[in-house]
Design a protein around this ligand. Structure first.
Ligand code: ATP
Length: 617
Protein backbone atom coordinates (compact mmCIF):
# COMPACT_ATOMS: atom_id res chain seq x y z
CA UNK A 1 0.00 0.00 0.00
CA UNK A 2 2.78 2.43 1.00
CA UNK A 3 4.62 1.52 -2.18
CA UNK A 4 1.54 2.31 -4.22
CA UNK A 5 1.19 5.72 -2.55
CA UNK A 6 4.87 6.44 -3.17
CA UNK A 7 4.51 5.47 -6.79
CA UNK A 8 1.44 7.68 -7.22
CA UNK A 9 3.34 10.46 -5.53
CA UNK A 10 6.18 10.08 -7.99
CA UNK A 11 4.02 9.96 -11.08
CA UNK A 12 1.69 12.75 -9.92
CA UNK A 13 1.81 15.59 -12.44
CA UNK A 14 3.22 18.72 -10.78
CA UNK A 15 3.27 20.92 -13.86
CA UNK A 16 1.74 20.60 -17.30
CA UNK A 17 2.02 22.96 -20.24
CA UNK A 18 2.18 23.39 -23.97
CA UNK A 19 5.60 24.26 -25.43
CA UNK A 20 7.45 24.03 -28.71
CA UNK A 21 10.71 22.15 -28.81
CA UNK A 22 13.54 24.23 -30.25
CA UNK A 23 14.18 24.58 -33.18
CA UNK A 24 10.74 23.36 -34.40
CA UNK A 25 8.63 26.36 -33.46
CA UNK A 26 5.52 25.15 -35.26
CA UNK A 27 5.29 21.77 -33.56
CA UNK A 28 3.61 21.93 -30.17
CA UNK A 29 4.20 19.44 -27.38
CA UNK A 30 2.22 18.61 -24.31
CA UNK A 31 4.80 18.60 -21.52
CA UNK A 32 4.23 17.02 -18.10
CA UNK A 33 6.53 17.25 -15.11
CA UNK A 34 6.50 14.70 -12.28
CA UNK A 35 8.97 14.07 -9.46
CA UNK A 36 10.65 11.49 -11.69
CA UNK A 37 11.14 13.56 -14.79
CA UNK A 38 9.51 15.10 -17.83
CA UNK A 39 7.39 13.40 -20.46
CA UNK A 40 6.33 15.06 -23.68
CA UNK A 41 4.51 14.16 -26.85
CA UNK A 42 3.57 15.96 -30.01
CA UNK A 43 0.09 17.41 -29.73
CA UNK A 44 -0.95 16.45 -33.23
CA UNK A 45 -0.38 12.81 -32.38
CA UNK A 46 -2.87 10.60 -30.59
CA UNK A 47 -2.95 11.36 -26.89
CA UNK A 48 -1.22 8.90 -24.60
CA UNK A 49 0.32 7.09 -27.50
CA UNK A 50 3.16 5.63 -25.46
CA UNK A 51 5.23 4.87 -28.52
CA UNK A 52 5.75 8.52 -29.33
CA UNK A 53 5.92 9.82 -25.79
CA UNK A 54 9.45 10.86 -24.92
CA UNK A 55 10.90 11.26 -21.49
CA UNK A 56 13.75 12.87 -19.61
CA UNK A 57 14.65 11.32 -16.26
CA UNK A 58 15.82 13.67 -13.51
CA UNK A 59 18.41 11.06 -12.55
CA UNK A 60 20.18 11.99 -15.82
CA UNK A 61 19.66 15.75 -15.62
CA UNK A 62 22.54 17.94 -14.43
CA UNK A 63 20.98 21.36 -14.89
CA UNK A 64 18.44 23.66 -16.50
CA UNK A 65 18.71 27.25 -17.67
CA UNK A 66 16.31 29.92 -19.03
CA UNK A 67 17.02 31.75 -22.26
CA UNK A 68 15.60 34.40 -24.55
CA UNK A 69 14.92 33.95 -28.27
CA UNK A 70 17.76 35.22 -30.47
CA UNK A 71 16.00 38.01 -32.35
CA UNK A 72 15.23 41.31 -30.63
CA UNK A 73 11.51 41.21 -31.45
CA UNK A 74 10.97 37.60 -30.46
CA UNK A 75 9.13 37.48 -27.09
CA UNK A 76 9.73 33.72 -26.74
CA UNK A 77 11.36 32.38 -23.60
CA UNK A 78 12.95 28.95 -23.20
CA UNK A 79 14.04 26.54 -20.52
CA UNK A 80 16.88 24.28 -21.63
CA UNK A 81 17.42 20.96 -19.86
CA UNK A 82 20.91 19.40 -19.88
CA UNK A 83 20.66 15.66 -19.65
CA UNK A 84 23.51 13.14 -19.79
CA UNK A 85 21.73 9.95 -20.65
CA UNK A 86 22.66 6.58 -22.04
CA UNK A 87 22.10 5.95 -25.70
CA UNK A 88 20.27 2.64 -26.14
CA UNK A 89 20.10 -0.12 -23.59
CA UNK A 90 23.76 -1.06 -23.32
CA UNK A 91 24.44 1.69 -20.73
CA UNK A 92 28.02 1.92 -21.91
CA UNK A 93 28.30 5.64 -22.42
CA UNK A 94 26.38 8.72 -21.44
CA UNK A 95 25.95 11.46 -24.04
CA UNK A 96 24.83 15.01 -23.64
CA UNK A 97 21.31 15.93 -24.75
CA UNK A 98 19.91 19.43 -24.63
CA UNK A 99 16.14 19.87 -24.70
CA UNK A 100 14.99 23.48 -25.12
CA UNK A 101 11.29 23.95 -24.52
CA UNK A 102 9.99 27.30 -25.79
CA UNK A 103 6.96 29.41 -24.97
CA UNK A 104 5.48 32.25 -26.98
CA UNK A 105 1.98 32.45 -25.48
CA UNK A 106 2.34 36.04 -24.29
CA UNK A 107 3.34 39.13 -26.23
CA UNK A 108 5.65 40.23 -23.49
CA UNK A 109 8.92 38.28 -23.07
CA UNK A 110 8.81 38.77 -19.29
CA UNK A 111 5.49 36.91 -19.04
CA UNK A 112 6.80 33.97 -21.08
CA UNK A 113 10.00 34.00 -18.99
CA UNK A 114 8.05 33.80 -15.72
CA UNK A 115 6.46 30.53 -16.78
CA UNK A 116 9.80 29.12 -17.96
CA UNK A 117 11.50 30.15 -14.71
CA UNK A 118 8.88 28.34 -12.68
CA UNK A 119 9.58 25.15 -14.65
CA UNK A 120 13.33 25.67 -14.39
CA UNK A 121 13.24 26.11 -10.61
CA UNK A 122 11.30 22.89 -10.10
CA UNK A 123 13.53 20.99 -12.55
CA UNK A 124 16.74 22.15 -10.87
CA UNK A 125 15.41 21.21 -7.42
CA UNK A 126 14.23 17.76 -8.47
CA UNK A 127 17.41 17.02 -10.42
CA UNK A 128 19.35 17.87 -7.24
CA UNK A 129 17.15 15.58 -5.15
CA UNK A 130 15.41 18.46 -3.40
CA UNK A 131 11.80 17.60 -2.66
CA UNK A 132 9.13 19.71 -4.32
CA UNK A 133 5.55 18.85 -3.41
CA UNK A 134 2.54 19.81 -5.50
CA UNK A 135 1.57 22.68 -3.17
CA UNK A 136 5.11 24.12 -3.39
CA UNK A 137 5.46 24.30 -7.16
CA UNK A 138 4.23 27.90 -7.55
CA UNK A 139 6.68 29.30 -4.98
CA UNK A 140 9.62 27.05 -5.75
CA UNK A 141 12.87 29.02 -5.59
CA UNK A 142 16.06 28.32 -7.51
CA UNK A 143 18.51 26.66 -5.10
CA UNK A 144 21.80 28.52 -4.64
CA UNK A 145 24.68 27.53 -6.90
CA UNK A 146 27.37 25.50 -5.16
CA UNK A 147 30.86 26.99 -5.14
CA UNK A 148 33.81 24.64 -5.39
CA UNK A 149 37.57 25.04 -5.45
CA UNK A 150 39.08 22.97 -8.25
CA UNK A 151 42.67 21.81 -7.75
CA UNK A 152 44.41 20.61 -10.90
CA UNK A 153 47.79 18.88 -10.97
CA UNK A 154 49.14 19.73 -14.44
CA UNK A 155 51.76 16.98 -14.11
CA UNK A 156 49.44 14.12 -13.17
CA UNK A 157 49.73 10.96 -15.24
CA UNK A 158 50.17 11.81 -18.92
CA UNK A 159 50.02 15.55 -18.03
CA UNK A 160 46.56 16.13 -19.44
CA UNK A 161 44.62 17.12 -16.32
CA UNK A 162 44.26 20.75 -17.39
CA UNK A 163 43.17 19.78 -20.87
CA UNK A 164 40.68 17.25 -19.46
CA UNK A 165 39.23 19.96 -17.25
CA UNK A 166 38.83 22.45 -20.09
CA UNK A 167 37.38 20.04 -22.62
CA UNK A 168 35.05 17.84 -20.56
CA UNK A 169 34.68 18.96 -16.95
CA UNK A 170 34.19 22.70 -17.40
CA UNK A 171 31.25 22.45 -19.85
CA UNK A 172 29.50 19.97 -17.55
CA UNK A 173 30.02 22.14 -14.45
CA UNK A 174 28.64 25.07 -16.45
CA UNK A 175 25.59 23.01 -17.45
CA UNK A 176 25.07 22.21 -13.77
CA UNK A 177 25.47 25.86 -12.73
CA UNK A 178 28.31 25.04 -10.41
CA UNK A 179 30.50 28.00 -9.59
CA UNK A 180 34.20 27.15 -9.43
CA UNK A 181 37.59 28.66 -8.98
CA UNK A 182 40.51 26.82 -10.52
CA UNK A 183 43.88 26.51 -8.84
CA UNK A 184 46.69 24.84 -10.78
CA UNK A 185 49.20 23.29 -8.39
CA UNK A 186 52.69 24.67 -8.93
CA UNK A 187 54.79 22.16 -7.02
CA UNK A 188 54.49 18.98 -4.97
CA UNK A 189 53.02 19.95 -1.60
CA UNK A 190 51.18 23.01 -2.95
CA UNK A 191 47.72 21.45 -2.53
CA UNK A 192 48.58 20.46 1.01
CA UNK A 193 49.60 24.03 1.84
CA UNK A 194 46.39 25.36 0.32
CA UNK A 195 44.08 23.12 2.33
CA UNK A 196 45.99 23.69 5.56
CA UNK A 197 44.88 27.31 5.57
CA UNK A 198 41.75 27.19 3.40
CA UNK A 199 38.68 28.90 4.88
CA UNK A 200 36.46 25.88 4.48
CA UNK A 201 33.25 27.75 5.19
CA UNK A 202 33.74 29.77 1.99
CA UNK A 203 33.34 26.70 -0.20
CA UNK A 204 30.83 23.92 -0.78
CA UNK A 205 33.63 21.47 -1.51
CA UNK A 206 36.95 20.75 -3.13
CA UNK A 207 37.29 19.06 -6.51
CA UNK A 208 40.61 17.42 -7.33
CA UNK A 209 41.57 16.78 -10.97
CA UNK A 210 44.62 14.55 -10.69
CA UNK A 211 45.80 11.07 -9.88
CA UNK A 212 45.59 9.60 -6.39
CA UNK A 213 48.72 11.48 -5.27
CA UNK A 214 47.04 14.86 -4.99
CA UNK A 215 44.06 13.37 -3.14
CA UNK A 216 46.51 11.86 -0.65
CA UNK A 217 48.16 15.25 -0.28
CA UNK A 218 44.83 16.98 0.34
CA UNK A 219 43.66 14.41 2.91
CA UNK A 220 46.92 14.65 4.80
CA UNK A 221 46.78 18.44 4.59
CA UNK A 222 43.31 18.45 6.12
CA UNK A 223 44.37 15.99 8.83
CA UNK A 224 47.32 18.17 9.77
CA UNK A 225 45.06 21.08 10.66
CA UNK A 226 44.33 21.86 14.29
CA UNK A 227 40.63 21.57 13.48
CA UNK A 228 41.19 18.22 11.71
CA UNK A 229 38.02 16.62 13.05
CA UNK A 230 35.93 19.28 11.34
CA UNK A 231 38.22 19.83 8.37
CA UNK A 232 38.27 16.18 7.33
CA UNK A 233 34.47 16.36 6.93
CA UNK A 234 35.00 18.87 4.12
CA UNK A 235 33.54 17.28 0.97
CA UNK A 236 36.11 16.15 -1.57
CA UNK A 237 35.29 15.28 -5.14
CA UNK A 238 37.77 13.74 -7.54
CA UNK A 239 38.13 13.54 -11.29
CA UNK A 240 40.60 11.29 -13.10
CA UNK A 241 43.65 13.21 -14.28
CA UNK A 242 46.35 10.68 -13.40
CA UNK A 243 47.36 7.27 -14.61
CA UNK A 244 46.09 5.27 -11.63
CA UNK A 245 42.94 7.08 -10.51
CA UNK A 246 42.00 4.32 -8.08
CA UNK A 247 39.57 6.46 -6.08
CA UNK A 248 37.79 7.66 -9.23
CA UNK A 249 37.56 4.09 -10.54
CA UNK A 250 36.17 2.93 -7.18
CA UNK A 251 33.63 5.74 -7.05
CA UNK A 252 32.37 5.01 -10.57
CA UNK A 253 32.26 1.28 -9.85
CA UNK A 254 30.23 1.78 -6.65
CA UNK A 255 27.93 4.26 -8.41
CA UNK A 256 27.30 1.76 -11.22
CA UNK A 257 28.75 4.24 -13.74
CA UNK A 258 30.92 3.10 -16.64
CA UNK A 259 34.66 3.67 -16.62
CA UNK A 260 35.34 3.17 -20.29
CA UNK A 261 34.86 4.87 -22.63
CA UNK A 262 35.11 8.43 -21.38
CA UNK A 263 35.88 7.96 -17.72
CA UNK A 264 36.17 11.73 -17.24
CA UNK A 265 32.62 12.36 -18.43
CA UNK A 266 31.18 9.66 -16.18
CA UNK A 267 33.21 10.78 -13.17
CA UNK A 268 32.07 14.36 -13.72
CA UNK A 269 28.49 13.13 -13.95
CA UNK A 270 28.85 11.36 -10.58
CA UNK A 271 30.48 14.47 -9.13
CA UNK A 272 27.55 16.63 -10.18
CA UNK A 273 24.90 14.16 -9.03
CA UNK A 274 26.77 13.18 -5.87
CA UNK A 275 25.75 12.78 -2.29
CA UNK A 276 28.25 13.43 0.45
CA UNK A 277 29.22 10.02 1.75
CA UNK A 278 31.51 8.95 4.56
CA UNK A 279 34.70 7.22 3.47
CA UNK A 280 37.08 5.20 5.65
CA UNK A 281 40.61 6.39 6.16
CA UNK A 282 43.46 4.37 7.58
CA UNK A 283 45.81 5.93 10.10
CA UNK A 284 49.33 4.74 9.33
CA UNK A 285 52.37 4.89 11.55
CA UNK A 286 55.99 4.50 10.49
CA UNK A 287 58.96 4.98 12.82
CA UNK A 288 59.05 8.66 11.86
CA UNK A 289 55.60 9.61 10.69
CA UNK A 290 51.85 9.39 11.09
CA UNK A 291 49.97 9.61 7.80
CA UNK A 292 46.44 9.05 6.52
CA UNK A 293 45.57 6.82 3.64
CA UNK A 294 42.34 6.35 1.68
CA UNK A 295 43.39 3.53 -0.65
CA UNK A 296 46.15 1.10 0.16
CA UNK A 297 49.51 0.13 1.53
CA UNK A 298 51.45 -2.03 -0.91
CA UNK A 299 54.66 -3.98 -0.46
CA UNK A 300 56.39 -6.56 -2.64
CA UNK A 301 55.57 -6.98 -6.31
CA UNK A 302 52.55 -4.64 -6.31
CA UNK A 303 54.60 -1.81 -4.80
CA UNK A 304 57.52 -2.53 -7.14
CA UNK A 305 55.28 -2.34 -10.21
CA UNK A 306 53.73 0.92 -9.03
CA UNK A 307 57.01 2.61 -8.14
CA UNK A 308 59.30 1.28 -10.83
CA UNK A 309 56.79 2.03 -13.61
CA UNK A 310 56.56 5.70 -12.61
CA UNK A 311 59.23 6.59 -15.12
CA UNK A 312 56.70 5.61 -17.81
CA UNK A 313 53.95 7.84 -16.38
CA UNK A 314 53.57 9.61 -19.73
CA UNK A 315 52.12 6.48 -21.38
CA UNK A 316 49.23 6.32 -18.89
CA UNK A 317 47.95 3.09 -17.38
CA UNK A 318 49.86 0.87 -19.88
CA UNK A 319 52.87 1.38 -17.61
CA UNK A 320 51.33 -1.02 -15.08
CA UNK A 321 50.82 -3.78 -17.66
CA UNK A 322 54.40 -3.56 -18.94
CA UNK A 323 55.92 -3.66 -15.47
CA UNK A 324 53.63 -6.45 -14.29
CA UNK A 325 54.99 -8.71 -17.02
CA UNK A 326 58.55 -7.65 -16.31
CA UNK A 327 58.31 -8.15 -12.55
CA UNK A 328 56.68 -11.57 -12.90
CA UNK A 329 59.41 -12.71 -15.26
CA UNK A 330 62.06 -11.44 -12.84
CA UNK A 331 60.22 -12.49 -9.72
CA UNK A 332 61.49 -11.34 -6.31
CA UNK A 333 60.45 -12.67 -2.93
CA UNK A 334 60.43 -10.79 0.34
CA UNK A 335 60.39 -11.87 3.95
CA UNK A 336 58.22 -10.12 6.51
CA UNK A 337 56.45 -10.41 9.81
CA UNK A 338 52.84 -9.46 9.28
CA UNK A 339 50.41 -9.00 12.15
CA UNK A 340 46.74 -8.16 12.04
CA UNK A 341 43.65 -7.70 14.13
CA UNK A 342 41.04 -9.68 12.23
CA UNK A 343 37.51 -8.38 12.08
CA UNK A 344 36.60 -11.43 14.16
CA UNK A 345 39.02 -10.77 16.96
CA UNK A 346 36.15 -11.41 19.34
CA UNK A 347 35.92 -14.92 17.92
CA UNK A 348 39.63 -15.40 18.32
CA UNK A 349 39.46 -14.35 21.95
CA UNK A 350 36.60 -16.77 22.57
CA UNK A 351 38.79 -19.52 21.15
CA UNK A 352 41.48 -18.64 23.65
CA UNK A 353 43.84 -17.37 21.01
CA UNK A 354 46.63 -15.18 22.20
CA UNK A 355 49.17 -13.36 20.13
CA UNK A 356 52.11 -15.42 18.98
CA UNK A 357 53.94 -15.96 15.77
CA UNK A 358 52.13 -18.59 13.77
CA UNK A 359 53.35 -20.15 10.60
CA UNK A 360 50.28 -21.14 8.63
CA UNK A 361 50.34 -24.13 6.38
CA UNK A 362 49.39 -23.30 2.81
CA UNK A 363 47.01 -22.71 1.16
CA UNK A 364 45.20 -20.67 3.77
CA UNK A 365 42.11 -18.57 3.29
CA UNK A 366 40.61 -16.44 5.95
CA UNK A 367 37.69 -14.74 4.37
CA UNK A 368 35.20 -15.70 1.75
CA UNK A 369 34.34 -12.70 -0.34
CA UNK A 370 30.91 -11.66 -1.31
CA UNK A 371 30.40 -9.21 -4.14
CA UNK A 372 26.83 -8.45 -3.21
CA UNK A 373 26.59 -6.83 0.17
CA UNK A 374 28.30 -6.44 3.47
CA UNK A 375 25.49 -8.36 5.08
CA UNK A 376 26.24 -11.31 2.85
CA UNK A 377 29.93 -10.99 3.42
CA UNK A 378 29.38 -11.20 7.13
CA UNK A 379 27.06 -14.12 6.68
CA UNK A 380 29.56 -16.00 4.59
CA UNK A 381 31.85 -18.60 6.03
CA UNK A 382 34.75 -17.13 7.95
CA UNK A 383 37.82 -19.23 8.34
CA UNK A 384 39.62 -18.09 11.45
CA UNK A 385 42.83 -19.52 10.07
CA UNK A 386 45.02 -19.18 13.11
CA UNK A 387 42.79 -21.37 15.26
CA UNK A 388 42.51 -23.85 12.44
CA UNK A 389 38.73 -23.98 12.20
CA UNK A 390 36.02 -22.96 9.78
CA UNK A 391 33.23 -21.11 11.51
CA UNK A 392 29.86 -20.03 10.26
CA UNK A 393 28.76 -16.64 11.40
CA UNK A 394 25.71 -16.67 13.57
CA UNK A 395 23.32 -13.85 14.49
CA UNK A 396 25.70 -12.47 17.05
CA UNK A 397 28.49 -12.32 14.55
CA UNK A 398 26.64 -9.73 12.55
CA UNK A 399 27.91 -7.33 15.12
CA UNK A 400 31.40 -8.66 15.12
CA UNK A 401 32.77 -5.41 13.92
CA UNK A 402 30.80 -3.38 16.41
CA UNK A 403 32.13 -5.47 19.22
CA UNK A 404 35.67 -5.73 18.10
CA UNK A 405 35.93 -2.05 17.36
CA UNK A 406 36.72 0.08 20.35
CA UNK A 407 33.52 1.70 21.47
CA UNK A 408 34.93 5.17 21.10
CA UNK A 409 35.49 4.65 17.37
CA UNK A 410 31.84 5.50 16.82
CA UNK A 411 32.86 9.09 17.16
CA UNK A 412 34.59 9.04 13.86
CA UNK A 413 31.17 8.48 12.38
CA UNK A 414 29.04 10.70 14.52
CA UNK A 415 31.14 13.75 15.15
CA UNK A 416 30.63 16.67 12.83
CA UNK A 417 27.75 17.50 10.58
CA UNK A 418 25.39 14.97 9.13
CA UNK A 419 26.36 14.87 5.48
CA UNK A 420 24.49 17.23 3.25
CA UNK A 421 24.85 17.59 -0.43
CA UNK A 422 27.18 20.48 -1.10
CA UNK A 423 26.85 20.62 -4.84
CA UNK A 424 23.16 20.14 -4.40
CA UNK A 425 23.10 22.58 -1.50
CA UNK A 426 19.76 23.05 0.14
CA UNK A 427 17.96 26.24 -0.57
CA UNK A 428 17.45 28.54 2.37
CA UNK A 429 13.80 28.25 1.46
CA UNK A 430 12.48 25.85 4.08
CA UNK A 431 10.12 24.29 1.55
CA UNK A 432 12.88 21.97 0.40
CA UNK A 433 14.06 18.75 1.86
CA UNK A 434 16.33 16.22 0.32
CA UNK A 435 14.53 13.82 -1.91
CA UNK A 436 15.30 10.19 -2.32
CA UNK A 437 15.36 9.12 -5.91
CA UNK A 438 14.90 5.39 -5.69
CA UNK A 439 14.78 4.81 -9.38
CA UNK A 440 18.08 6.44 -10.07
CA UNK A 441 19.65 4.55 -7.21
CA UNK A 442 20.66 7.76 -5.46
CA UNK A 443 20.33 7.85 -1.72
CA UNK A 444 20.85 10.48 0.84
CA UNK A 445 24.03 10.59 2.89
CA UNK A 446 22.02 9.98 6.03
CA UNK A 447 20.44 7.00 4.45
CA UNK A 448 23.79 5.64 3.41
CA UNK A 449 24.89 5.88 7.00
CA UNK A 450 21.76 4.32 8.35
CA UNK A 451 21.91 1.53 5.83
CA UNK A 452 25.28 0.51 7.11
CA UNK A 453 24.25 1.01 10.68
CA UNK A 454 21.57 -1.57 10.10
CA UNK A 455 24.12 -3.96 8.71
CA UNK A 456 25.98 -3.60 11.97
CA UNK A 457 29.00 -2.28 10.18
CA UNK A 458 29.36 1.14 11.64
CA UNK A 459 27.05 0.87 14.58
CA UNK A 460 29.70 0.80 17.23
CA UNK A 461 27.58 0.29 20.28
CA UNK A 462 28.49 2.92 22.79
CA UNK A 463 27.13 0.80 25.61
CA UNK A 464 28.99 -2.31 24.59
CA UNK A 465 30.83 -3.96 27.44
CA UNK A 466 32.27 -6.70 25.27
CA UNK A 467 35.35 -4.80 24.33
CA UNK A 468 37.85 -5.71 26.94
CA UNK A 469 40.82 -4.14 25.30
CA UNK A 470 39.68 -0.59 24.92
CA UNK A 471 36.84 0.08 27.32
CA UNK A 472 39.01 1.94 29.83
CA UNK A 473 39.94 4.57 27.34
CA UNK A 474 36.45 5.15 25.97
CA UNK A 475 35.59 8.44 27.64
CA UNK A 476 39.09 9.69 27.27
CA UNK A 477 39.17 9.09 23.55
CA UNK A 478 35.72 10.55 23.01
CA UNK A 479 36.87 13.80 24.53
CA UNK A 480 40.05 13.66 22.49
CA UNK A 481 38.06 13.41 19.30
CA UNK A 482 35.60 16.12 20.22
CA UNK A 483 38.47 18.47 20.89
CA UNK A 484 39.95 18.48 17.45
CA UNK A 485 43.06 20.37 18.49
CA UNK A 486 44.29 17.11 20.01
CA UNK A 487 46.10 14.44 18.01
CA UNK A 488 44.16 11.77 16.17
CA UNK A 489 43.75 8.82 18.54
CA UNK A 490 44.86 5.36 17.42
CA UNK A 491 43.42 3.08 20.11
CA UNK A 492 43.94 -0.15 18.17
CA UNK A 493 47.68 0.27 17.81
CA UNK A 494 50.51 -0.29 20.24
CA UNK A 495 53.74 1.64 19.68
CA UNK A 496 55.60 0.41 16.62
CA UNK A 497 58.67 -0.55 18.65
CA UNK A 498 56.55 -2.68 21.03
CA UNK A 499 54.83 -6.03 20.44
CA UNK A 500 51.40 -5.97 18.83
CA UNK A 501 48.47 -6.34 21.29
CA UNK A 502 47.78 -9.91 22.31
CA UNK A 503 44.48 -9.97 20.41
CA UNK A 504 46.42 -9.81 17.13
CA UNK A 505 47.68 -12.65 14.96
CA UNK A 506 51.18 -12.74 13.53
CA UNK A 507 52.61 -14.62 10.60
CA UNK A 508 56.24 -14.66 9.46
CA UNK A 509 56.95 -15.95 5.98
CA UNK A 510 58.35 -15.28 2.51
CA UNK A 511 55.94 -13.33 0.36
CA UNK A 512 55.51 -12.13 -3.19
CA UNK A 513 53.34 -9.28 -2.00
CA UNK A 514 51.24 -7.88 0.82
CA UNK A 515 48.54 -5.38 0.11
CA UNK A 516 46.27 -3.65 2.60
CA UNK A 517 43.43 -2.16 0.57
CA UNK A 518 40.19 -0.43 1.55
CA UNK A 519 38.64 0.52 -1.82
CA UNK A 520 37.57 -1.81 -4.65
CA UNK A 521 39.98 -0.53 -7.33
CA UNK A 522 43.75 -0.22 -7.06
CA UNK A 523 44.02 1.30 -10.52
CA UNK A 524 42.29 1.15 -13.89
CA UNK A 525 41.20 -2.43 -14.66
CA UNK A 526 42.43 -3.53 -11.24
CA UNK A 527 39.36 -4.60 -9.28
CA UNK A 528 41.55 -5.96 -6.54
CA UNK A 529 39.06 -5.81 -3.68
CA UNK A 530 35.64 -6.25 -5.26
CA UNK A 531 33.62 -6.31 -2.05
CA UNK A 532 35.15 -3.18 -0.51
CA UNK A 533 32.82 -0.26 0.02
CA UNK A 534 33.57 3.38 0.71
CA UNK A 535 32.83 3.00 4.39
CA UNK A 536 32.64 -0.65 5.34
CA UNK A 537 35.00 -0.02 8.25
CA UNK A 538 37.44 -2.70 7.24
CA UNK A 539 40.87 -3.25 5.73
CA UNK A 540 41.35 -6.13 3.31
CA UNK A 541 44.81 -7.52 3.88
CA UNK A 542 45.83 -9.53 0.83
CA UNK A 543 48.82 -11.82 0.75
CA UNK A 544 50.55 -13.88 -1.90
CA UNK A 545 53.33 -16.10 -0.58
CA UNK A 546 56.47 -17.49 -2.07
CA UNK A 547 55.83 -20.74 -3.88
CA UNK A 548 53.13 -19.53 -6.23
CA UNK A 549 54.02 -20.41 -9.83
CA UNK A 550 54.66 -17.60 -12.32
CA UNK A 551 51.73 -18.94 -14.31
CA UNK A 552 49.38 -18.70 -11.36
CA UNK A 553 50.74 -15.26 -10.50
CA UNK A 554 50.15 -14.07 -14.04
CA UNK A 555 46.61 -15.43 -13.81
CA UNK A 556 46.05 -13.54 -10.57
CA UNK A 557 47.15 -10.28 -12.20
CA UNK A 558 45.08 -10.95 -15.33
CA UNK A 559 42.03 -11.64 -13.19
CA UNK A 560 42.37 -8.29 -11.40
CA UNK A 561 40.22 -6.96 -14.27
CA UNK A 562 37.21 -9.00 -13.21
CA UNK A 563 37.96 -9.49 -9.53
CA UNK A 564 38.04 -13.28 -9.97
CA UNK A 565 41.59 -13.54 -8.61
CA UNK A 566 40.07 -13.77 -5.14
CA UNK A 567 39.17 -17.37 -5.96
CA UNK A 568 42.81 -18.30 -6.42
CA UNK A 569 44.04 -20.48 -3.54
CA UNK A 570 47.32 -18.57 -3.71
CA UNK A 571 45.58 -15.28 -2.95
CA UNK A 572 44.85 -14.92 0.76
CA UNK A 573 42.47 -12.31 2.08
CA UNK A 574 42.09 -11.25 5.68
CA UNK A 575 39.48 -8.75 6.75
CA UNK A 576 41.00 -6.77 9.55
CA UNK A 577 40.73 -3.59 11.56
CA UNK A 578 44.45 -3.04 11.94
CA UNK A 579 47.71 -4.50 10.67
CA UNK A 580 51.48 -4.26 11.05
CA UNK A 581 54.05 -5.05 8.39
CA UNK A 582 57.67 -5.50 9.43
CA UNK A 583 59.80 -6.11 6.33
CA UNK A 584 62.67 -8.50 7.08
CA UNK A 585 64.21 -8.20 3.62
CA UNK A 586 66.57 -5.26 3.62
CA UNK A 587 65.48 -3.41 0.48
CA UNK A 588 62.16 -2.87 -1.18
CA UNK A 589 59.33 -0.45 -1.80
CA UNK A 590 56.35 0.52 0.29
CA UNK A 591 53.67 2.52 -1.47
CA UNK A 592 50.90 4.35 0.35
CA UNK A 593 48.06 5.40 -1.97
CA UNK A 594 50.52 5.12 -4.86
CA UNK A 595 53.16 7.32 -3.17
CA UNK A 596 56.48 5.83 -2.08
CA UNK A 597 57.33 6.19 1.59
CA UNK A 598 60.50 5.28 3.51
CA UNK A 599 61.05 1.53 3.58
CA UNK A 600 60.60 0.02 7.03
CA UNK A 601 57.99 -1.13 9.52
CA UNK A 602 54.51 0.28 9.10
CA UNK A 603 51.25 -0.26 10.94
CA UNK A 604 47.77 1.04 10.49
CA UNK A 605 44.25 1.03 11.82
CA UNK A 606 40.92 1.83 10.25
CA UNK A 607 39.20 5.16 10.93
CA UNK A 608 35.67 4.25 9.82
CA UNK A 609 33.86 6.86 7.76
CA UNK A 610 36.11 9.67 8.91
CA UNK A 611 36.33 11.69 5.67
CA UNK A 612 33.62 12.86 3.27
CA UNK A 613 33.59 12.14 -0.41
CA UNK A 614 31.34 13.23 -3.27
CA UNK A 615 30.00 9.93 -4.57
CA UNK A 616 26.95 7.79 -5.15
CA UNK A 617 26.75 4.38 -3.55
N1 ATP B 1 52.81 21.33 -10.16
C1 ATP B 1 53.35 20.22 -9.71
N2 ATP B 1 54.59 19.87 -10.06
C2 ATP B 1 55.15 18.73 -9.64
N3 ATP B 1 54.53 17.84 -8.83
C3 ATP B 1 53.29 18.12 -8.45
C4 ATP B 1 52.64 19.31 -8.86
N4 ATP B 1 51.40 19.32 -8.33
C5 ATP B 1 51.30 18.18 -7.61
N5 ATP B 1 52.42 17.47 -7.67
C6 ATP B 1 52.72 16.17 -7.05
O1 ATP B 1 52.62 15.15 -8.05
C7 ATP B 1 52.42 13.90 -7.40
C8 ATP B 1 51.67 12.93 -8.28
O2 ATP B 1 50.42 13.45 -8.48
P1 ATP B 1 49.17 12.64 -9.03
O3 ATP B 1 48.81 11.52 -8.20
O4 ATP B 1 48.14 13.67 -9.27
O5 ATP B 1 49.67 12.08 -10.42
P2 ATP B 1 50.10 10.63 -10.80
O6 ATP B 1 51.00 10.05 -9.77
O7 ATP B 1 50.61 10.71 -12.16
O8 ATP B 1 48.74 9.88 -10.84
P3 ATP B 1 48.42 8.39 -10.41
O9 ATP B 1 48.68 8.33 -8.94
O10 ATP B 1 47.01 8.19 -10.77
O11 ATP B 1 49.37 7.56 -11.21
C9 ATP B 1 51.74 14.22 -6.10
O12 ATP B 1 52.47 13.68 -5.06
C10 ATP B 1 51.75 15.75 -6.01
O13 ATP B 1 52.22 16.18 -4.76
Amino acid sequence: MTEQINMENKTQVLLEGCFFLFPLRLTKYDVKLTKQGITFYELQQKKNDLKTEKSIHFGDVVGCRCKKGKSENDPSAYFSIFSYQFKGKSKRKRSKYKFSFGLCDYQDFEDNLKVCQKWRNVIVCLSRNIVVNSNEVEFCMLPPSPTVLVLINPHSGPGKAQQIFESTVKPMLDDADIVYKVLITEYAGHASEVVKTLKLEDWSGLVIVSGDGLIYEVINGLMSRKDWAKAIKFPIGCLPGGSGNALCCSINYLAGEPMDPDMVLHSTFVLIKHRILPIDLVLLQTPTDQIYSFLSVAWGIIADIDYESEKLRSIGSTRFTLYTIMRILKLRTYRARISFLPVSDQKLKENGKSSKTVKFPRPRRYTIFSNDSNQEALNSVYNVGCVGKFKSLDEGDLRIRSQSMPTNMSNYMTQGEIPTNSLTAKSENKLYEENEDEDSGHHSGDEALNGDVENGLVDFNLNSTTNEVFEDSVDETISMITDSADPVPSPLLSPLDKDVPNTWTTVEDDFITALAIYLPYLGPDNLVSPDSKLNDGCINLMLVRKGVSKNELMNIFLQFTSGEHINSPAFEVIKCLAFRLVPLTEKGNIMVDGERIDYGPIQGQILPGLARIMAIQ
